[in-house]
Design a protein around this ligand. Structure first.
Ligand code: PMP
Ligand code: GLU
Length: 422
């Protein structure tokens, strides 16, 4: 069915193989399912959506409204309005210690598009390239890498090490075929983050291993609450010219619907940034013209609002961690950044739900939890093989919902039957 569809004239339509083989985004699928159930009047607690439940700070919205009213409604330079690129370069120099100029910045329709463009520019089908992906990792990296024609090499982070990989693991994973390493700290789905010295140690491996390009996705950099300072790999001189830093406004500024992301690629004589802009010029051109004003307003004038939201997330992080850790048979690293936890429920696998379903995988667990307990989570296996046995919970929801959701999970687990065959 995926590859073939009947057109009205009964001529079979052959979709491209790369799209037929593509998996839909599991995170978006869970969010869509929750929306449907709620529209039917079902009382669902959703730990599915990876987006802040806050509204965009009013000063940011106002800046776009003003720009719209001022007639900023025309095509703009593909890589972005110069003032917005300068605001981003300034932020990266001052906050992240990344040496860059506006020429190194490409603004795209969400960090998702930035990542996609970067993969398309750096990878080539038929070259036998590999991309090292520390897992558990966000659901869209693998499809993006595969669409660009490379092979994913998963490197599993141990739960006892907060799902982080070690320099030795990285060194083992890199081969002559390695083109790219993807790093995402703070991590979706793990909710954990690397210490600066851990990133420096990974950078030493990269520096010693030739040509590998690092794509570092720092979209959750401002949502940190574990006492670990965010640190940018692009600030390390020995590898800086091989680092592509990805970030965006979606998470820190509660702007998921605006679709504003960016890449900073200062190395390789500007080749990567220019290639990304060239590709974007043939695909989508500039982002929505009157949204550029919001970039400078968000980055330059919204720190108080970001901090207010961060504090709320910090309280929720502690609450969900405490509640889940108190549930028998659940292991959960303490969240340090982003708005996710990635607990292990595998101690309960092999048991049967009150409705009679055998729980034998994270997929089944998530399905039954939604059907029988009305709690939405994303199955861990969607984030890489080592995610099996776990599920992702987003705590971008109220404290009341967190409390009620954890109560339902606890009750659900207590209601499971011990005998798989009963
Ligand atoms: N990277 C990570 C790790 C994410 O969780 C997300 C969430 N959508 C993105 C990138 C993309 O964000 P956006 O396209 O909304 O900027
Ligand atoms: N990144 C968020 C998530 O993981 C939003 C959905 C998506 O783009 O995957 O849930």
């Amino acid at each position: 069915m995926l590859g073939r569809m009947q057109t009205s004239s009964k001529t079979p339509l052959e979709l491209s193989r790369r799209v037929s083989a593509l998996k839909p985004s599991a995170t978006l699928a869970v969010t869509a399912r929750v929306r449907e159930l709620r529209a039917e009047g079902v009382d669902v607690i959703s730990f599915g959506a990876g987006e802040p439940d806050f509204d965009t700070p009013p000063n940011i919205s106002q800046s776009a409204i003003d720009a719209l009213k001022a007639g900023k409604t025309h095509y703009m330079p593909v890589a972005g309005d110069p003032a917005a690129r300068e605001a981003i370069a300034h932020k990266l120099r001052c906050e992240n210690d990344i040496q860059c100029t506006p020429r190194d910045i490409v603004i795209s329709t969400g960090a998702k598009q930035s990542l996609y463009l970067a993969m398309q520019c750096l990878l080539e089908p038929g070259r036998g390239q590999e991309v090292v992906l520390p897992t558990p990792a966000w659901v869209s990296y693998r499809p993006m890498i595969e669409l660009a024609g490379a092979r994913v090499v998963e490197v599993p982070g141990a739960i006892d090490n907060d799902f982080k990989i070690t320099p030795a693991q990285l060194d083992d994973a890199i081969t002559d075929h390695t083109a790219v390493l993807v790093v995402n700290s703070p991590s979706n789905p793990c909710g954990t983050m690397y210490e600066p010295q851990e990133l420096r140690a990974l950078a030493e491996v990269i520096a010693a291993r030739g040509r590998v390009i690092v794509i570092t996705d720092e979209i959750y950099e401002k949502l940190v609450y574990g006492g670990i300072a965010h640190f940018s790999l692009g600030s390390i001189e020995s590898i800086a010219d091989r680092v592509v830093t990805i970030n965006g406004l979606s998470k820190a500024y509660a702007m998921t619907g605006w679709r504003i992301g960016y890449a900073c690629a200062p190395g390789s004589d500007g080749l990567i940034a220019a290639a990304m802009a060239k590709l974007q010029g043939q695909v989508s051109s500039n982002i929505t013209s009157f949204c550029y004003a919001a970039v400078a307003e968000a980055l330059g004038n919204s720190a108080g609002e970001v901090e207010r939201m961060r504090r709320v997330f910090a309280k929720r992080a502690e609450l969900i961690y405490q509640r889940l850790s108190a549930v028998p048979g659940v292991r959960c690293p303490r969240p340090a950044g982003a708005f996710y936890v990635f607990p292990d429920f595998s101690a309960h696998f092999g048991r049967r739900s009150a409705g009679g379903t055998l729980i034998d995988s994270s997929q089944r667990f998530a399905e039954v939890l939604l059907e029988e307990a009305r709690v939405a989570v994303v199955p861990g296996a969607e984030f890489g093989a080592c995610g099996e046995g776990r599920v992702r919970l987003s705590f971008a929801c109220s404290q009341e919902q967190i409390t009620e959701g954890c109560r339902r999970i606890d009750r659900f687990l207590r209601s499971l039957n011990n005998r798989p065959d009963s």
